[in-house]
Every structure is written in structure tokens, then in C-alpha cells.
Design a protein around this ligand. Structure first.
Ligand code: PLP
Length: 382
């Protein structure tokens, strides 16, 4: 098979149907699979353990990530949680201080029960991570680019620190997808992501995936996924495989529009600051250019002091729907402090640089000219 991401994504799972020679793999909703012999384990047995469509999706994502294998789960959160099942009780888990609000909520909740000790560190600063590793840690979870401030952490540098400290590195690759960044190529042990976002891209299912560098970990985490029952549903897997076929084209077009929108915002006096790794003024620009294959489709911004109230601006936008998700073909906007990151304490948000007035844009596939015109109008009428 070709090493080209476009070819891999389009050809994934085609012509695998042995019942009717369907070109597109069929949707198999059956819970149970008939055995020829009670003593012989069939390829598929029971749907919690395995489903043909889910398995094709896992193979497709693993191929795009250059992974040994992948486990597809029912959400991005259950994918992150899957990594926590077999760490020692009470172990320290180091996590990017500005990670997705749900990731912090999960680690904090597990921390309150004594299952683990969350340690939040600015993972863009390798010295701070090295300091945190002076004490044993079971896992590092780095989100890069981080959501919503789009800070860039050095995956290769983090992987080296993890290896030297005898720990493992997981990268939350949700904002990029395997088309724009392949963390395992830089030495990470796991690439986790929310399939709900850019990977599926059509905002009509919820799913997650853990891609592993080590085939043994694929088997171990697959065992846990079956044990606790977090494998993705058949229909959601079907939709995600369908969405994934156009991922390389969508991601490319969304990056191009985001670059145009970010440049326009950056030049507008009503905007005080734009966070977009594609701008040369972004502190992570050079690193992003090195470890990513594109700058992504997320943009965050702060309005100038005398500009309208950000709540009025997001409410006045029409091409950007006010809704909390990202990565879809449709443009969305949100105020993270009130929406995606509302579960974080105000102190944690302040530490992560998520101001109450921060606006996040997810750039979809409408024309960039229309996206810019919408922003221009909303900034004037609000
Ligand atoms: C959305 C998101 C998640 C959680 O994924 P779900 O599919 O909503 O469970 C995790 N990490 C990041 C960076 C996200 O944006």
C-alpha cells in the first residue's frame, strides 16, 4: 500500500467484504457472531469485544499514525481514560497545564479518589518537565497544539525526557489528526485523540482512539477496552471511517482558510492578539513548522480593550455557529471559559492563560472570504 496519506485514507477497508463483494465495507450491527465449532474462536464473537467496522477503523487510523495498532473507543475521554487503567495505584501523571478541560476534570476526579496524582506542568518548557520528572511518574500526557491557546510542545524532546526517566509519553493529537502530525514518528508511545473532531470531521458521531507504538500495548489496552466495555459503537465506527476518507483533503483546505483568517484578524485593530501557530509571531511557530505538516484549523483571539463584548461578537456571527466542538466541516465559535473549559476552576484557567474573554474559532470548509466577511460584520455590529 502507498505511504501517501490520501491514498491510505481513501483505500482503507475497501474490498474487504467477503459476503457480497461490497466495495464499501458494510455496517454490521449484530451483537453476536455464529461459531462453526464451540471450541474455535472466530474472528468476531461478541460486539463489545470486536466489531468488523470498528476493527477496520482502528487499522485505518493506525496506518495513518504509523502505529503498531489502535483501539477505537466510544469517546476521546474514554481513550484518555484507557491509558489510566493499568498505571500503578497512586502514581503521578504529568499533564500539560493547558490541556482540554475534560482531561483535567478526569485527572482531578481520579486524583480525588487517590487513584493517581495529577501534576500539571507547562509542557512547552522542557526544563519544567525535567524538574517534574525528578520524582517518578507513570505517564506524561502532552496536548500539542493545546486547546484553546495552541501552545506547541516539543514531542521529540518530551519523548527523550520520558525515556530517560523510564516513563511513557502520550500526545493528545486531537487538534492536528494524523494527517497534520504523527507523534509516534517523534518518539511518543501513544497518540490519543478525539475521533469526534477533525478525524471524523462531520460532527455526527462521538469517538476516540489510542494509537500505540508497541504491539504489546495494543493487546493490553485492547484487553482493557473489552474488560470495561468502552469500544466504539458499530454505527459510529462506520461514520468515522467514511469521514476519514476525506480527512487529508479537508485538513489541507481548513489549514489554508485558517491561515487567511488568522492573517486578517492579526491585521485588524479591533483584535488585540491572535493565537495561530501559522503566524510567524506565534512563539511556537518554528517548532510547529518542524513537527507538524500544517498549522491546523483552530484560532483563538482576544479583542482590543475598546472592542465590543466578546459574547455579543460570537452571538452576532452567522457563518460561525456558536457551539462547542471543533474540526468539523462547518465553522464554529465558542468562548472556552463559558463552554469547553467551564469545568476548570477559574484559577486553573488563569494559570492556563484561558481568559474569560478568549474567543475560539474552528475554521470549516465555507469560503475563507465568507468567513472573513462574517467576522468583519460581527465585529462592527456587536
Ligand atoms: C474534545 C477533546 C477531547 C475529548 O474528546 P470527546 O470525543 O469529546 O470525548 C480530548 N482532547 C481534546 C484536545 C479535545 O478537543
Amino acid at each position: 500500500m502507498s505511504s501517501d496519506q490520501r491514498t491510505k485514507a481513501i483505500r482503507a477497508g475497501l474490498n474487504t467484504d467477503r459476503s457480497w463483494n461490497a466495495v464499501i465495507p458494510p455496517l454490521s450491527l449484530s451483537t453476536a457472531y455464529r461459531r462453526e465449532d464451540p471450541a474455535i474462536q472466530p474472528a468476531f464473537d461478541y460486539a463489545r469485544t470486536g466489531n468488523p467496522g470498528r476493527s477496520l477503523l482502528a487499522d485505518a487510523i493506525a496506518e495513518l499514525e504509523n502505529a503498531a495498532g489502535a483501539i477505537v473507543t466510544g469517546s476521546g475521554m474514554s481513550a484518555i481514560d484507557l491509558l489510566l487503567h493499568d498505571i500503578p495505584h497512586g502514581a503521578r501523571v504529568i499533564c500539560s497545564h493547558d490541556a482540554y478541560g475534560g482531561t483535567r476534570r478526569l485527572l482531578d476526579a481520579r486524583g480525588r479518589g487517590g487513584r493517581l496524582i495529577p501534576v500539571y506542568v507547562d509542557t512547552t518548557d522542557l526544563e519544567k518537565v525535567a524538574d517534574a520528572l525528578n520524582e517518578d511518574a507513570a505517564l506524561i500526557i502532552a496536548e500539542t497544539p493545546s486547546n484553546p491557546r495552541l501552545r506547541i510542545s516539543d514531542i521529540k524532546g518530551l519523548a527523550r525526557l520520558a525515556r530517560n526517566a523510564g516513563t511513557e509519553l502520550a500526545v493528545d493529537n486531537t487538534v492536528m489528526s494524523p494527517v497534520l502530525q504523527r507523534p509516534l514518528d517523534w518518539g511518543a508511545d501513544y497518540s490519543v485523540q478525539s475521533v469526534t473532531k477533525l478525524l471524523n470531521g462531520h460532527s455526527d458521531m462521538v469517538g476516540g482512539v489510542v494509537c500505540c507504538a508497541d504491539p504489546e500495548r495494543v493487546a493490553e489496552l485492547g484487553w482493557w477496552a473489552n474488560c470495561v466495555g468502552v469500544g466504539a459503537a458499530a454505527f459510529d465506527s462506520y461514520l468515522a471511517l467514511r469521514g476519514l476518507r476525506t480527512l487529508p483533503l479537508r485538513a489541507r483546505a481548513q489549514c489554508e482558510s485558517a491561515q487567511e483568517v488568522a492573517r486578517w484578524l492579526d491585521a485588524d485593530p479591533r483584535v488585540a492578539r491572535v493565537d495561530y501557530p501559522g503566524l510567524t509571531s506565534h512563539p511556537g511557530h518554528a517548532l510547529a513548522a518542524r513537527q507538524q505538516d500544517g498549522f491546523g484549523q483552530l484560532i483563538s483571539l482576544e479583542l482590543a480593550k475598546d472592542a465590543p463584548d466578546p459574547r455579543a461578537v460570537v452571538s452576532a456571527l452567522e457563518i460561525f455557529t456558536l457551539a462547542q466542538s471543533l474540526g468539523g466541516v462547518e465553522s464554529l465559535c465558542c468562548i472556552p471559559a463559558l463552554m469547553t473549559h467551564a469545568s476548570m476552576s477559574p484559577e486553573a484557567r488563569a494559570e492556563a492563560g484561558v481568559a474569560d474573554s478568549l474567543i475560539r474559532l474552528s475554521i470549516g470548509l465555507e469560503s475563507a472570504a465568507d468567513q472573513i466577511a462574517d467576522l468583519d460584520r460581527a465585529l462592527s455590529v456587536a
